[in-house]
Design a protein around this ligand. Structure first.
Ligand code: 5RP
Length: 219
């Protein structure tokens, strides 16, 4: 199977977790794009979705799926999204698509977070994938210096990227994340940081991991 076929298998596997008459949180990325296509086949069964990015919103609208504003919604039954890395505790590095802030809001708002990923995303220790941090533009040099001091990693400015919230991304390279909850807290506390793409305090509840052998369910 190709990488894209594996992503498709994970995306479609999430469909059976969708309940009738609910509102679904939808993530961002190439694996989630497959989930969006799957969701379109049952769009009349659900009330609609809350989207985590302008890119996903455009795809969802194109397929005729109703979009809610999070401010108009009392509860999100499920949030479905991909990941850049996931460990055995279902803690993740996310934000490769620069949508980490809205993704984190939706993950926190949802009763259940289902992560969809091909097996290449499964790691023993988080940190090989550069850790994205969304930062307000006026603070990025200050935040970068703080990140070096506090994480001993190497922050790099993601060129040409402005987030849906008008901010920039610093990607921290050379990390080996042993205590993900502690690191998430430390980075969150730097003034100027909007969101760190470490999803440890609110990990996934279920991970659907695709491989040549089929889908493995981790929880
Ligand atoms: C976007 C994300 C994505 O979920 C992550 O980058 C995985 O993307 P893909 O499914 O394309 O591999 O966090 O901000």
């Amino acid at each position: 199977m190709t990488k894209d076929e594996l992503k498709k298998a994970a995306g479609w596997a999430a469909l059976k977790y969708i309940k009738s008459d609910t509102i679904i949180g939808v993530g961002t990325g190439s694996t989630t794009d497959h989930f969006i296509e799957a969701l379109a086949t049952i769009k009349n069964k659900i009330y609609g979705v809350v989207s985590s990015s302008e890119v996903s919103t455009a795809k969802l609208k194109n397929l005729g799926i109703f979009i809610f504003d999070l401010n108009d919604v009392n509860s999100l039954d499920i949030y479905v999204d991909g990941t850049d890395e996931i460990n055995i505790n279902l803690q993740m590095i996310k934000g490769g698509g620069a949508a980490l802030t809205r993704e984190k809001v939706l993950a926190s708002a949802a009763s259940k977070f289902i992560c969809i990923a091909d097996q290449s995303k499964k790691v023993e220790i988080l940190g090989n994938y550069p850790l994205p941090v969304e930062v307000i533009p006026m603070a990025y040099n200050f935040v970068a210096r703080k990140l070096v001091q506090l994480t001993h990693g190497l922050p790099k400015y993601r060129k040409g990227v402005v987030t849906d919230n008008g901010n920039i991304i610093l990607d921290i390279h050379n990390l080996k994340i042993i205590d993900a909850i502690a690191l998430e807290k430390i980075i969150n506390n730097i003034p100027g940081v909007v969101t760190v793409g470490l999803f440890a305090r609110r990990p996934a509840d279920i991970a659907l991991i695709s491989s040549e052998e089929g889908i493995t369910i981790l929880s």
